[in-house]
Write a protein that binds this ligand. Structure first.
Ligand code: 1CP
Length: 354
């Protein structure tokens, strides 16, 4: 471990870490996926002068954008400002993050030659991210966790194969089923990149990691178990020695919760479609759950927000009664760009008061 990592001896006392490990948190932990970003005017002000990828590779900007929602909302965790395609860019893959669209890959990966030509991630190429984490840890309060993250191999593969965001994942599933050997080579290469990116963040001292398999919900459970789970399991196994909570999340994954829990995470993120106590029945006991307020509820006014926050808290308590070791409050997916930041601040206050 690096010196920076040793400067964070109080991990076990962080509310998020306590909830993830079956201890009693000093307060109910809450953070929000996509809490840094377009819902915040101070983020939009920075991005007016800096491109998305430029911002992701500038340690001072990464630190500033990561800290913005922590200062504003008093959440219990910062999430590193980055993107799941940052390690792909760092490895040398020609891509951009296009405003209003998301990641766009210049040369989609569709043939054996494309897969063979994929570059590997040299640790030095994500040095800016390690530097950013050092800056964040120097600024972050002692009670706030820093969460690192990466995209899971399947979700990364979907962007590389489709060339960008997709509705049906037809080319991705065509490779998975039509050429499973090639699929496994591609997934192996992406697994290596994901492990490399997470290792850089863990060496720099992050307190937890989240693996986003955002689009795994497009798969049947059988396909998930055959073509995806072994690779995600390798990611979790490779980072286990850091002994920090490992969170796993995907959207629309109600039918996959048992299989996703089987790949080795300590905390299972649940979207808004499945109540947390029902999620625990699918996941099984012994893990913490994270979630799962519907992000659109933040548009519905104070009374609805109050009611829905209380419902999720009560579901979380039922989840613990049903065998979960803890509950971390979050949304069921990311903060939507048009969200009123004050609604988030008030929701955090309420969650901490319950
Ligand atoms: O112009 C802008 O401001 C760009 C919008 C944006 C932002 C703020 C993108 C493009 N990425 C990000 C940051 C980001 N991405 C974070 C850090 C901020 C935080 O959480 O507070 C994180 C964790 C991500 C991870 C990410 N990127 C995921 C997994 C999480 C999820 O939402 O499911 C995914 C799928 C991406 C791809 C991506 N990057 C950006 C967009 C708009 C998308 C989604 C595109 C699509 O619909 O496929």
């Amino acid at each position: 471990m690096s010196d920076t990592a040793r400067l964070r001896p109080h991990r076990a006392h962080l509310p998020l870490v306590a909830a993830a490990t079956g201890a009693t948190p000093s307060r109910r932990p809450v953070w929000f996926m996509r809490q840094a970003g377009r819902s915040l005017p101070e983020y939009r002000a920075i991005r007016a002068d800096h491109g998305m990828l430029e911002s992701c590779f500038d340690p001072a900007l990464v630190c500033e954008i990561t800290m913005q929602p922590v200062r504003r909302h008093d959440v219990d965790a910062a999430i590193l400002f980055s993107d799941i395609v940052v390690p792909l860019k760092a490895a040398g893959i020609d891509l951009d993050i296009v405003a209003g669209t998301g990641p766009v890959i210049a040369h989609p990966v569709r043939t054996a030659d494309d897969v063979t030509a994929l570059p590997r991630l040299e640790p030095g190429s994500v040095g800016a991210i390690g530097k950013a984490i050092e800056l964040i840890l120097a600024e972050l309060g002692d009670d706030t966790a820093l969460i690192g993250f990466a995209g899971a191999p399947f979700t990364l593969a979907s962007y590389l194969i489709e060339g960008g965001p997709s509705r049906n994942y037809e080319r991705t599933k065509a490779m998975m089923h039509g050429d499973p050997a090639l699929w496994n080579v591609l997934m192996g290469r992406l697994t290596d990149i994901t492990i490399g990116f997470l290792t850089t963040q863990l060496e720099a001292g992050v307190d937890a990691v989240q693996l986003f398999d955002s689009w795994a919900g497009a798969l049947s459970d059988a396909d998930y178990r055959t073509y995806v789970a072994p690779h995600s399991a390798r990611v979790f196994a490779e980072v286990a020695s850091y002994a920090v909570p490992r969170i796993h999340f995907g959207v629309g994954t109600g039918e996959l919760l048992a299989s996703m829990a089987g790949v080795g995470a300590d905390v299972i993120g649940v979207d808004w479609r499945v109540p947390l106590d029902e999620a625990v029945r699918r996941v099984g006991p012994g893990k913490a759950v994270q979630g799962n307020l519907d992000p659109t509820m933040l548009f519905a006014g104070p009374e609805v927000i109050d009611r829905e926050v209380r419902r999720v808290v009560a579901d979380g308590e039922r989840a613990v009664a049903a065998g979960a070791i803890g509950h971390i409050f979050n949304l069921g997916h990311g903060v939507l760009p048009g969200t009123d930041p004050d609604a988030i601040t008030r929701a955090v206050e309420l969650i901490h008061s319950l």
